[in-house]
Design a protein around this ligand. Structure first.
Ligand code: F6P
Length: 343
C-alpha cells in the first residue's frame, strides 16, 4: 500500500506526533508513506515528500507540521477536484489520511463520498469543536498556554487593582475559554454559546469589588458576540482570509472598553492569539495524537475508508466521517453552569 498523509486548516500542537505515528505504523507493515505538502493544495499541484522512519525521527515534541498547512479547498479551485484525483492516481496512492478540523474533513468526506477517493480522517484543532470525538488534539496545549497566561495576569491585576480581559481563540465555540476560565479561576467567562449581556458581566465585577476584591479576570472567546440586555448584539471580526474564512479578533478590546466605561475600573486587554497554537504539545496532546495516528494507520491498512479516529471516554474508536462533520460541537449548558458556579 502507498498511503498519502496531509495536514489541513490551522496548525496545532500534535500534528507532527500524528504524522510520526501514521508513518511508523504503516512503514513497519511494509507499506509506503507519502507526505502531501500544504494540505489539499499539495494534491492539486502534486507536491509531496517521502516519509519514512528517518523523516519522522525526533518529531514528537515539535509543534507545527513538517508538511505545511493551508486552508485550500479543491472544490473552490477551478479544476481542483480533477487535479486531486489525477495526482492521487499518478502518485499511486491507495488512500489518503487527512489530519484536520471541520473544513479539511468536510473536503475529505466529499472527495470520498462524491468522487471515490479513499480517505481516513484524524481530528485535530485547538478549538475542540468537532462532533463525534470527545476531544481533539491541540486543545489541551492551547488551554495550557491560556492558563499559564491567566496565572501571570492574576498577579499583575492584583498589584494594580485592574480588570484584565483575556481574549482567547475558539472560532464559534467557547471550549478554550471555558476550560481556561475554570482552570485559571476567571471571574467572568464570556462564550458564544451563552450571550451573557455585558451589563451582567459588569454587575458580577461590581459584586466582587463590593466583597473587597478590587481586581478581576475576564476571559472572552473570540467568537463571542458583544451582547446588551436590550438584545443588541455585535460580532467583532477582522474580515475574511484568502479562503473566505472569518477572521475573528477584537472582541476583547470592545469588552474591556465597555467594562471600564460602565464600572470605572481600570481595564486592560490581552489577546493571546497564535501563541495558543505554537510550540511543543503537552504530553496529553502527544499521546492523543499518537493514538489517533495509530488508529488511522490501522483503518487504512484494513481498507476501512470514510472513517475517522475519535475519542470516546478513554477509548480510541472509529466513526463515520459524515458523523464528525454533521455539526459543530458547542459547549452545553451544564458546562456553562460549572464555569459560573465558582466565578
Ligand atoms: O481553528 C483554529 C483557529 O486557531 C481558531 O481558533 C482561530 O479563529 C483561527 O484558527 C485563526 O486562523 P488563522 O491562523 O488563519 O488566523
Amino acid at each position: 500500500m502507498r498511503l498519502g498523509v496531509l495536514t489541513g486548516g490551522g496548525d496545532c500542537p500534535g500534528l507532527n506526533a500524528a504524522i510520526r505515528a501514521i508513518t511508523r505504523r504503516t512503514v513497519d507493515r511494509g507499506h509506503q508513506v507519502v507526505g502531501i505538502l500544504g494540505s489539499w493544495r499539495g494534491l492539486v499541484e502534486g507536491e509531496t515528500m517521502p516519509l519514512d522512519r528517518r523523516a519522522v525521527s525526533g518529531l514528537l515534541p515539535r509543534g507545527g507540521t513538517i508538511l505545511g498547512m493551508t486552508r485550500s479547498d479543491p472544490f473552490r479551485t477551478e479544476g481542483g477536484v480533477g487535479a486531486v484525483l489525477r495526482h492521487a492516481s499518478e502518485l499511486g496512492l491507495d488512500g489518503v489520511v487527512a489530519i484536520g478540523g471541520e473544513g479539511t474533513l468536510t473536503i475529505a468526506h466529499r472527495l470520498y463520498a462524491e468522487h471515490g477517493l479513499p480517505v481516513v480522517g484524524v481530528p485535530k484543532t485547538i478549538d475542540n469543536d468537532l462532533a463525534a470525538t470527545d476531544y481533539t488534539f491541540g486543545f489541551d496545549t492551547a488551554v495550557h498556554v491560556c492558563v499559564e497566561a491567566i496565572d501571570r495576569l492574576h498577579t499583575t491585576a492584583e498589584s494594580h487593582n485592574r480588570v484584565m480581559v483575556v481574549e482567547v481563540m475558539g472560532r464559534t465555540t467557547g471550549w478554550i475559554a471555558l476550560y481556561a476560565g475554570i482552570a485559571g479561576g476567571a471571574d467572568v467567562v464570556l462564550v458564544p454559546e451563552d450571550d451573557l449581556p455585558i451589563e451582567d458581566a459588569c454587575d458580577a465585577l461590581r459584586r466582587r469589588h463590593a466583597h473587597g476584591k478590587d481586581f478581576s479576570i475576564v476571559v472572552v472567546a473570540e467568537g463571542t458576540r458583544l451582547t446588551r440586555r436590550s438584545g443588541e448584539q455585535v460580532l467583532v471580526t477582522q474580515g475574511e482570509d484568502e479562503y473566505g474564512f472569518v477572521r475573528y479578533g477584537g472582541v476583547g478590546a470592545r469588552v474591556a472598553e465597555e467594562i471600564e466605561r460602565a464600572t470605572g475600573y481600570e481595564t486592560r486587554v490581552t489577546v493571546l492569539g497564535h501563541v495558543q497554537r505554537g510550540g511543543t504539545p503537552t504530553s496529553r496532546d502527544r499521546v492523543l495524537a499518537t493514538r489517533f495516528g495509530l488508529k488511522a494507520a490501522d483503518l487504512a491498512h484494513e481498507g476501512r475508508w470514510g472513517r475517522m479516529a475519535a475519542l470516546r471516554g478513554d477509548a480510541v474508536v472509529d466513526v463515520a466521517l459524515d458523523e464528525a462533520i454533521a455539526e459543530i460541537k458547542r459547549v452545553p449548558a451544564s458546562w456553562l453552569e460549572s464555569a459560573r458556579a465558582l466565578a
